[in-house]
Ligand binder design. Sequence first.
Ligand code: ADP
Ligand code: ASP
Ligand code: MG
Length: 440
Amino acid sequence: MKVMKFGGTSVGKPERMHDVAALVTRDEEPKIVVLSALSGTTNSLVEIGNSLAAGERGAAKDQIDKLNAHYQNFISELLVTKEAKDACRVIIAEHFEFLNIILKISFNEALNKDILAQGELMSTKMFSCYLEEKGIDHLLLPALDFMTIDTYEEPQIGSIKVKLSQLLNQHKDKKIFITQGYISRNARGEVDNLKRGGSDYSASLIAAAINASVCEIWTDIDGMHNNDPRIVQKTVAIEQLSFDEAAELAYFGAKILHPASIWPAQHYKIPVKLLNTMQPDAKGTLITEEAGSVGVKAVAAKDGITAIKIKSSRMLLAYGFLRKVFEVFEKYRTSIDMITTSEVAVSLTIDNNSSLKEIIRELEAFGTVELDKEQAIVSIVGNEIGQTEHILRKLFESIADIPVRMVSYGGSPHNVSLLVPAAYKTKTLQVLNKGIFGLD
Ligand code: ADP
Ligand code: ASP
Ligand code: MG
């Protein structure tokens, strides 16, 4: 059994949904098809939630009506017969009724999660209507019946495995299962989600839970590229990556994969393929345990980073100092991305500022604390990077004009990370594209 996940753009137009149906019926292997919301829908739902949180019900109503109109047009083009269209409109109307009821009740964060879930609920139901009309046998598996996260918002892979296998066992005759990406139930049993871009994570968790033959991530580009195609003009697809390389790229900003989406596949040894819905026969990227080759494969960048420097003369020759620093971050459940030390100071970076005030207050007990906000981490990723000929020379020559704040090398053999002011992110990615990959 395999997993096929289709992202927002892949289901974002009626004709694309038709293509998706063709792709899922291309072979006989049983499959779980994981769908995102239609492109733009989750952004609209976020806006609706924001309007409601700000008490702007009129604005929220306009946003809901606009979204509804989009779905009505979509259904007109997705389906052929009047009966099928009417049946689908009834199903979708329930979701818009729900959104309209929310307008009238008092808003809270749990309700916001319900709003955000509507996108995937609707895309999967519309796709099911299309398969139904085409006479393609399938079953809709509600993700809320098996995808759960614990109090720390971590997916509960053991329970996902048990619940999913029970559901699949009840329907042994089916070959095509459709389910929602992104959405989950939390420890309180409420509707929740795996954070933006989370459908990749859903797919990988499902693939791990069912021990899938492969986890296919179908998107709008032909695989992982050597650099961010939104920022750099000339980029090329990478044919093969190791789990470690892919995880570093996803974590350090390659939007094609959700940051946490590699670990379940890696842990359960499920190969991952990144494929292009618009060019289904393009090679794409295969991600497995082996790296395939030695050397730099790609660079990626992650925004919204804060650097914290703790300077203390007492650190001189003091053991236990770093432990105390790390304990502060542990206490506030804030993970550290980069770290560098000198004899009297330690600099580290975080991407989650929600407990920044408290963290700084506690760190000030150890010495002077300085902050640099609006930084970006640029990561150069590849297998055994240090063995790539002249890589460090090329790297540092190309960034000669960039005000680099921190450098981290040696933590893993797959990564060199630079911290630069966010304003220099684009330039850094561009100079590295030329300096390391020879691409302009
Ligand atoms: P989906 O909706 O299918 O999940 P996403 O928009 O989340 O698609 O991810 C695909 C996008 O990721 C691409 O269109 C591309 O702009 C962006 N991207 C960023 N970095 C990379 C990279 N290194 N390789 C490929 N795509 C990347
Ligand atoms: N629809 C969600 C989002 O836009 C999840 C996803 O597409 O992966 O973030
Ligand atoms: Mg995505």
